[in-house]
Design a protein around this ligand. Structure first.
Ligand SMILES: [Zn+2]
Ligand SMILES: [Zn+2]
Length: 259
């Protein structure tokens, strides 16, 4: 089975292509289960996400695609939710979805993965921000609000690397993911970014495997061309570590399948 649980729509204001274009590309790539998990609305950083008012439209677009393509591919419905204390909203957290991805895109409200704000790295202690980032991943897992931990080492995106040992810094976060019975996303967007490797790194993926954390696959596609890209690399990496199964969710219930 081929699964891709992470993709976006133009509702987030930083993606391109129609829902149909994404789905058709997924079918072309032999994907069996494809999910939309667009950036959930939030009363912070509204520029890069849909509004609360657009949630109904988002659901309608995905449900229409589910119907239209039901004989060719299974379409799932989710959100990528920012873990940002004080800004998570019940309308999202209690939404009727197949799954929620929990992601950290902000450290003290700094959008560290946004090229627009890259200048701030020069003013930060890199070791400190890496630790803060993994502390946030750990806190996100401990809320037990989410099914999937999104791109858990996104902080490496622009290759401002720490002097401290990454595995040591990330271990409490991985343990919290295990404790929360969450699934880890093997997200290939990193291949398209300066860091040129998936999230998480092979080292952290190995640690997740050793802890018995299940994985799923995510293209994090922001345009149809990115659907299915680096699929083979991701599968090969997962297999080389020992993974043979991946997860998907329907109505927030996990199913494991062989990939
Ligand atoms: Zn995005
Ligand atoms: Zn993300």
């Amino acid at each position: 089975m081929r699964i891709d649980l992470h993709s976006h729509t133009t509702l987030c204001n930083h993606a391109e292509g129609s829902v149909d274009d994404f789905v058709e590309k997924a079918i072309e790539n032999g994907i069996d289960i494809f999910a939309f998990s667009d950036h959930a609305p939030m009363d912070f950083d509204p520029t890069y996400r849909m509004s609360f008012e657009e949630m109904a439209l988002y659901k309608e677009l995905v449900m229409d695609a589910r119907q239209k393509y039901m004989n060719k591919i299974e379409i799932l419905f989710g959100y990528e939710v920012d873990y940002l204390p004080g800004h998570m909203d019940e309308r999202v957290l209690k939404a009727d979805v197949d799954f929620l991805i929990g992601s950290v895109h902000f450290i003290n409200k700094w959008g560290f993965d946004n090229p627009e704000f890259i200048g701030r790295y020069e003013h930060e202690d890199i070791d400190v921000i890496w630790q803060k980032y993994f502390d946030l991943i750990e806190a996100m897992a401990k809320t037990k609000l989410f099914d999937i931990a999104g791109h858990i080492d996104l902080i490496k995106v622009f290759i401002f690397m720490p002097k401290k040992d990454i595995l040591e810094m990330a271990m409490p976060a991985l343990e919290a993911i295990k404790e929360a019975d969450m699934v880890l996303e093997l997200n290939v967007a990193g291949y398209r970014k300066p860091c040129e490797e998936p999230y998480p790194s092979p080292q952290l993926l190995q640690a997740a495997f050793d802890l018995g954390i299940p994985i799923t696959f995510g293209s994090d596609a922001h345009n149809p061309e990115q659907v299915g890209l680096y699929r083979q690399e991701a599968e090969e990496l997962a297999r080389s570590i020992g993974y043979t199964q991946c997860a998907y969710f329907t109505n927030r219930q996990r199913t494991m399948v062989t990939f």
